[in-house]
Write a protein that binds this ligand. Structure first.
Ligand code: NAD
Length: 507
């Protein structure tokens, strides 16, 4: 995949962003960025090594004291300006997302919107950083807590949301007074540089936000760098676990969000057409490359055949093609290798004995024969031991399992190692309540197929979908990017006794 540096001089090189400036590094390894719709190589991305990471850390360290001392109100004003600039550039950012990731333009616009909403939330940082104060915890002694920045923070992000996921992290970290280094996915790295340019235009001082590019080597240099205090990661489960372990080993605060296998549980009293419409968007939107995509339906009681019929009818009508064309519902997968991996799961599902209801292999998009396309695939009668159920496929492949009772359906969801999102479809308030009380999953929808929390709540899964304690953005984002300091203060007067020899019992 990686060619020597001089192999494609005509293709644009994606820069790093260090200390407020573009930088084209002199690195030994470069990656290729493709347009998944056409299969063409459109850009080259530098793969940073320890030296480039160190340069970014030094820039972030130099900027830290000044930025941490900047009043939260001023930091908030930079965020407000940045949010306005993102709104103004929403289409341009979305076009970059579609070009390198493949998702449809409308979907990309939506993802940029969800990202800029985190910046909007971060504008409230003066309020969010308020601590607590208790007067007279002892005679003439007051105690108060303050939240201070953690230091230099790093974000390592996946290919599927090249704007939204970095925006889950950076605005929160920066608004809290930290400086930040982003290492985006090497598959669609360009939007990260545009985010950096907009932050600078918004008035962010140089060095507060930096972008490095690369693969495992750059990630390892981040994880072992003593100048980085906190790491936020979003990506697949094996890498999330690795990031969690390595960050802990090097004494860093860490939150590592992993992969998913999200279930929609359809109860016998669900509205059929409404449910089928919801599942179609959640399973096949963004070609299934969403961490909150529904990849398994558990049909309860007698509703199985009817819901499979409705999903089949709709799945066959989905228009597949280049994401920047009008009328396209589903774009290509991100790379040829990923498309082939997903297709191999369809082969495996057939071999393992699942019933193939809609087959997405062999789609042909005239004029785009070299693009990385797959059609929609639907399997029925899937069993938990089959690989199409066990593994996160991350493509437009939906599996339907059958369960006799709600109890059995909840057991299926809870037996799965992932716990990112899930949804129940029903008209029964009692059944829904039982479902959201009993499932071991971080984000639950009731007749809402993709229950992604808004920016003012926090986003995160349970079990193998998150390693660490705190979710991203919202109140938990503020907690992750700040350290609490508790101050106990006394101002001596002539009549206050001096501190004694033993541990004080202030009250
Ligand atoms: P990935 O794990 O392959 O890559 C994520 C990041 O880790 C990238 O920046 C990549 O360069 C880096 N990386 C890859 N291999 C590495 C290695 N061996 N060592 C160190 N770093 C490495 O994930 P992806 O394919 O880019 O994204 C898809 C995955 O992300 C899916 O599993 C999806 O469920 C998950 N995801 C989860 C969430 C969530 O909120 N839980 C959100 C979006 C995506």
């Amino acid at each position: 995949m990686n060619k020597p540096a001089d192999a494609r001089v005509s293709v644009e090189k994606i820069p790093l962003w260090i200390d407020g400036k573009h930088l084209t590094p002199n690195v030994a390894r470069w990656g290729e960025v493709t347009n998944p719709a056409t299969g063409a190589i459109i850009r080259r991305v530098p793969f940073c090594a320890a030296g480039e990471i160190d340069a970014a850390v030094r820039a972030a360290q130099n900027a830290l004291p000044g930025w941490a001392a900047t009043s939260p109100l001023r930091r908030s004003r930079v965020m407000q300006k940045f949010m306005e600039l993102m709104q103004r550039n929403q289409q341009a950012l979305a076009r970059l997302v579609t070009e390198e990731n493949g998702k449809t333009l409308t979907d990309a616009v939506g993802s940029v919107q969800r990202g800029l909403e985190v910046a909007e939330f971060a504008c409230g940082i003066p309020q969010l950083l308020k601590g607590e104060y208790s007067e007279n915890v002892g005679p003439a002694v007051d105690s108060f807590s303050i939240r201070q920045p953690v230091g230099v923070c790093a974000g390592i992000t996946p290919f599927n949301f090249p704007v939204m996921v970095p925006m889950w992290m950076a605005p929160m970290a920066i608004a809290c007074g930290n400086t930040f280094i982003l290492k985006p996915s090497e598959k669609d790295p360009s939007p990260s540089v545009m985010i950096a340019e907009l932050l600078k235009e918004a008035g962010l001082p140089d060095g507060v936000f930096n972008v490095v590019q690369g693969d495992k080597e750059s990630v390892d240099a981040i994880l072992s760098h003593p100048g980085i205090s906190a790491v936020s990661f979003v990506g697949s489960t094996p890498i999330a676990k690795y990031i969690y372990e390595q960050s802990a080993r090097h004494g860093k605060r860490v939150q590592a969000l992993g992969g998913a296998k999200n279930h929609a549980v359809v109860l016998p009293d669900a509205e059929l057409d409404f449910t089928a419409d919801a599942i179609i968007g959640a399973a096949y939107g963004a070609a299934g490359e969403r961490c909150m995509a529904i990849s398994a339906v558990v049909a309860v009681g007698g509703i199985g055949d009817a819901i499979v019929g409705k999903i089949k009818e709709r799945a066959q009508k989905i228009m597949v093609g280049p994401g920047d064309k009008e009328g396209i519902d589903m774009g290509p997968l991100v790379t040829a290798a990923h498309r082939d991996k997903v297709a191999s799961y369809i082969d495996a599902g057939v071999k393992e004995g699942a019933r193939l209801v809609v087959d997405g292999r062999n789609v042909n998009i005239p004029g785009y024969e070299r693009g990385f396309y797959l059609g929609t695939t639907l399997f029925d009668r899937v069993k938990p031991e089959m690989s199409i159920y066990r593994d996160e496929i991350f493509g437009p492949v939906l599996s339907v399992l059958r369960a006799d009772t709600v109890d059995e359906a909840i057991k299926v969801v809870n037996a799965n190692p992932y716990g990112n999102g899930t949804a129940v479809f029903t008209n029964s308030g009692g059944a829904a309540r039982r479902f959201y009380e009993e499932v071991n999953v971080g984000m639950v929808g009731v007749n809402v197929p993709i229950p992604v929390p808004m920016a003012f709540f926090s986003f995160g899964g349970w079990k193998s979908s998150l390693f660490g304690d705190l979710h991203v953005h919202g109140a938990e984002g503020v907690r992750f990017y700040t350290r609490t300091k508790q101050v106990t203060a006394r101002w001596p007067r002539q009549d206050t006794p001096a501190p004694g020899f033993n541990i004080p019992t202030l009250g």
